[in-house]
Design a protein around this ligand. Structure first.
Ligand SMILES: Cc1cc2nc3c(=O)[nH]c(=O)nc-3n(C[C@H](O)[C@H](O)[C@H](O)COP(=O)(O)OP(=O)(O)OC[C@H]3O[C@@H](n4cnc5c(N)ncnc54)[C@H](O)[C@@H]3O)c2cc1C
Length: 374
């Protein structure tokens, strides 16, 4: 394996970009292919929680300059995860004291993703939808795009999210299950009118309110360390329920659904939804990958949601994608140093990534089950 081994990455999401950052730094020839036309053409969500694993992976993957951008554009750290009943009586709380400001516990997803593009302008190609690949006679991989054209490399990494086209070809038997849970995500801008509406605890981390009527609501603040014109503080709001309670249609006012669902609860909750920006609401179907066994290692592998989609109940999907990027980049670096072949490096990555990813899904499913047992 030479220093200029060419790695193709399908998907400029969180995992794909973190991997590209590490590979670029380590001297690989990297090309990332992203189906979206621009980094901001699609709303991918709001606040993400990063844990110790995600932080460690970021430190492993990112050159100092990129990590600095991520840190500067992140949100003020939180120290609380708590649950309440619909009367806003606390039923459980976990406090995480003394998180250093070097750690990043909250990010705005779009801002985070844009920070991960730092230094990668010439490596990321937008409006390139990967549709499939073929293994060449020399054992390399040629990937093709819906928009036309193709590219060839030594390794293709499918980091193309839960609907992965790369997974569909590599593991046609792999399935992603609809868990029968639906979410409405939205944002309440924090300003002088809305700030006083936010209960003190809701400013400290993720707060979950469980209703008696089959709905649950989650809230978490994003207060940027350095607010700017683009980076405006907000409270993430989410309404979650089984699909028999919540099946939003395109023509519905999604914020109104959240306001109505919480009508009989403590008035604070309803007020937060009432002050949310109606245009920021969008629905999500919650899914989880079914376990797949190891496959025969070749010049194509998978990373993040492409192989282990999980419900957001654990708040760890992005953290796990970052861990994958850290593990894979470490293995590829060993291969570049001549310590193993490219094939051995990918096999070693898959041996770690697969059990870790599916154990994390198990955990997230257990948490979803606890929340929605009723
Ligand atoms: C509502 C919600 C809240 C969440 N909260 C958290 C949280 O707090 N903490 C946490 O750790 N995780 C959270 N997650 C999970 C987290 O968002 C995902 O696990 C994470 O984004 C996975 O990263 P990824 O790089 O694998 O995929 P993605 O970030 O989904 O990136 C995939 C990329 O591939 C691109 N793409 C797709 N198909 C193609 C194609 N055919 N060709 C080219 N490009 C393609 C997409 O446009 C996208 O840019 C949450 C998820 C949801 C839905």
């Amino acid at each position: 394996m030479t220093e200029r081994t060419r790695i193709l990455i399908a998907g400029a999401g969180i995992g794909g970009l973190a991997l590209a950052q590490a590979l670029r730094r380590d001297g690989f020839d990297v090309a990332v292919y992203e189906r979206d036309a621009t980094p901001t053409s699609r709303n991918q969500g709001y606040r993400l929680h990063l844990d110790a694993n995600g932080n460690a992976a970021l430190r492993t993957c990112l050159p100092a300059a990129s990590l600095d951008v991520v840190r500067r554009t992140s949100a003020v750290n939180g120290d609380l995860v708590a649950a309440y009943n619909q009367r806003l009586e606390q039923v459980s709380a976990q406090v995480f004291p003394g998180v250093s400001s070097d750690e990043i516990t909250h990010v705005d997803r779009d801002t985070f993703r844009r920070s991960l593009f730092t230094g990668l302008a010439d490596a990321v190609h937008f409006a390139r939808t990967v549709t499939g690949y073929r293994i060449t006679a020399s054992g390399r991989v040629r990937v093709r795009f819906a928009e036309g054209g193709s590219d060839e490399g030594d390794l293709l990494v499918g980091a193309d999210g839960s609907g992965s086209a790369v997974r569909a070809q590599l593991l046609p038997h792999a399935t992603v299950r609809d868990l029968g849970l639906r979410c409405l995500y939205g944002r309440m801008p924090i300003d002088e009118t809305t700030d006083p509406l936010i209960p003190e605890d809701f400013n400290r981390g993720f707060c979950w309110v469980a209703g008696d009527n089959g709905y649950g609501a989650g809230f978490a603040p994003v207060r940027f360390r350095f607010p700017s014109g683009e980076a405006r503080d907000y409270l993430m709001t989410t309404l979650v329920a089984k699909s028999e309670f919540l099946s939003p249609r395109d023509d519905q006012d999604l914020r109104r659904i959240a306001v109505d669902a919480t009508a009989g609860w403590h008035p604070t909750v309803r007020r937060l939804f009432e002050h949310a920006d109606a245009g920021t609401f969008f629905p999500i179907t919650i899914r989880a990958s079914e376990v797949v066994g190891a496959w025969s290692t070749g010049p194509v592998t998978l990373l993040g949601d492409a192989i282990h989609t999980m419900p957001p109940t654990g708040g760890v999907g992005a953290n796990t994608a970052l861990q994958d990027a850290a593990t894979l980049s470490g293995e590829l670096r060993s291969a570049a140093h001549g310590e193993k072949s490219l094939h051995e490096a990918v096999a070693a990555y898959e041996r770690v990534m697969l059990p870790r990813g599916f154990a994390t899904i198990e955990n997230s499913l257990r948490m979803a089950d606890q929340i929605f047992r009723a």
